[in-house]
Ligand binder design. Structure first.
Ligand code: 2HG
Ligand code: ZN
Length: 457
């Protein structure tokens, strides 16, 4: 048995150093089932001090550390590499016991949370003070504060509030050698050099272990109205967003689905949001009810290209369920590991790019099925290709990224690079940019212990 594990036991307690393969299994395979890693143990600290002590032990013993929150990531960034991939022992550091949420600062409109607090728990806590956590995603009940910061998650409210980085006021993180980095202030104006908390947002566990986050909170809209609109063209969704905004309405979310996606979630028990069939469905949530509803109906009547529409007061969970169940339905329907890509485009290029991406299904041929959906207002499309023969994954990924390159898009809109896309970062970042990122990594983690194989390959 590795002596460093006994040292870790002395820090977190025997019960929180898991070495039984069965107990570790759920931590070592990612949510999509595409990556399974190897670790000597799963270590579950309770406090920042415990994380710091574990990191000191790992750094003196040259032990790799993979950091994991809710393990809901979709790019393999939250599981360690396989045993063969690194010559060093590895542990998985899980934040699942670090779930504290501080009292809400209702004047500063912010809250301090431990890294393992879930998005749902933070939002529920904020709601008791009449506030909301601005980040929302389908995996809200498992996704954690540390995870959404590490991946700079976007989610469905990004169009209204920005991504996770925009909500981070302060951060507490443990560096690879166990030193504590703490920038903790509710000041919204504070220009003293580099934005280190902002740098850790999107760092995918490669720079430090995030242990606590001070998040900005927002006021929830007093009420909302949700419409799902059956449309013939992607342009119509963008036109609608423009028309609603010109009418003075505030968009809270703007999503898109296709006929194939709605059919798939229907096969898995979800009600169709609109009974009329159409190639695309836009789901748009707007602040307000009453007069807002009449204004929305007026816009829907004036807009071109609308096949059918339904309107409901928010939260309209049944309408949202059709959208939010895509990921689950896809994972239950594919016969081979899903080719899951998450790309974005300038809004102007989106309709054309969407068409090009849809055509990939035909190019690959039977039995491949493409399900495209996502956050249309942010230009973010989730490309999921089912039943792809595994040997064709690379070729198909290249086809999708060629569409991204031609249309000025990004190869990773909100899921991150993880292990899935390390070979492609040159498509999105210049040599100088990548060298700068590497230099930051080497400065903060000279031994390369934190999440090896993630982001840099
Ligand atoms: C969503 O928007 C998530 O629902 C998951 O980002 C996307 O499964 C996916 O491809
Ligand atoms: Zn998404």
């Amino acid at each position: 048995m590795q002596p460093f594990l006994d040292e870790c036991r002395a820090v977190v307690g025997d019960a929180h150093v898991l070495t039984d393969p069965q107990a570790m299994a759920g931590f070592l395979t990612d949510w999509t089932g595409r990556w399974t890693g190897h670790a000597e143990a799963v270590i579950r600290p309770r406090t920042t001090d415990e994380v710091a002590a574990v990191m000191r032990i790992c750094s003196s013993g040259d032990v790799d550390v993979c950091v994991q929150g809710g393990n809901t990531g979709l790019v393999g960034g939250s599981v360690p590499p396989s045993a063969a991939a690194t010559g060093r022992p590895a542990v998985l550091l899980s934040t699942t016991r670090m779930t504290d949420i501080d009292d809400i600062d209702t004047v500063g409109r912010c809250v301090g949370v431990q890294a393992g607090a879930t998005i749902d728990a933070i939002d529920t806590h904020a709601a008791r003070s009449g506030l909301m956590f601005p980040i929302d995603l389908a995996s809200r009940e498992s996704a954690t504060a540390g995870g959404v910061v590490a991946t700079n998650a976007g989610g469905t409210r990004m169009i209204r509030h920005g991504n996770t980085r925009a909500q981070v006021l302060g951060i507490e993180a443990v560096l690879a050698d166990g030193r504590l980095l703490r920038r903790w202030s509710s000041l919204v104006k504070d220009n003293v050099g580099y934005d280190v908390p902002g740098l850790l947002a999107g760092s995918e566990g490669t720079l430090a272990v995030i242990t606590r986050v001070l998040f900005a909170l927002a006021s929830p809209p007093p009420a909302t109205t949700v419409t799902v609109v059956a449309i013939d063209h992607v342009e119509t969704a963008l036109d609608l967003i423009g028309l609603l905004r010109s009418a003075g309405l505030t968009i809270e979310a703007a999503e898109i689905m296709t006929q194939a996606g709605v059919d798939l979630v229907h096969e898995h028990g979800q009600r169709r949001p609109v009974s009329t069939s159409a190639p695309f469905y836009a789901l748009i949530e707007v602040s307000g009810v009453g007069e807002v509803e009449s204004e929305m109906i007026d816009v829907l009547e004036r807009a071109d290209g609308i096949v059918d529409a339904v309107l409901e007061p928010g939260p309209a969970r049944a309408l949202w369920a059709a959208r939010e169940n895509h990921t689950e339905a896809i994972s239950r329907s594919t016969t081979t590991p899903v080719v899951k890509l998450d790309v974005s485009f300038p809004l102007r290029a989106l309709p054309e790019a969407f068409g090009e991406l849809s055509a990939i299904e035909g190019l690959v041929g039977h039995p491949c099925r493409a399900i495209l959906f996502g956050h249309v207002g942010d230009g973010n499309i989730h490309v999921n290709l089912l039943d792809v023969p595994p040997e064709r994954t690379e070729e198909i990924t290249a086809r999708v990224f060629a569409v991204v390159a031609v249309n000025g898009g990004s190869i990773s809109a909100e899921h991150g690079i993880g292990r899935a896309k390390t070979a492609w970062t040159h498509l999105g970042r210049s040599e100088v940019d990548r060298t700068t990122m590497r230099a930051i990594k080497t400065t903060l983690d000279p031994q390369g212990l934190l999440n090896p194989g993630v982001l840099f390959g």
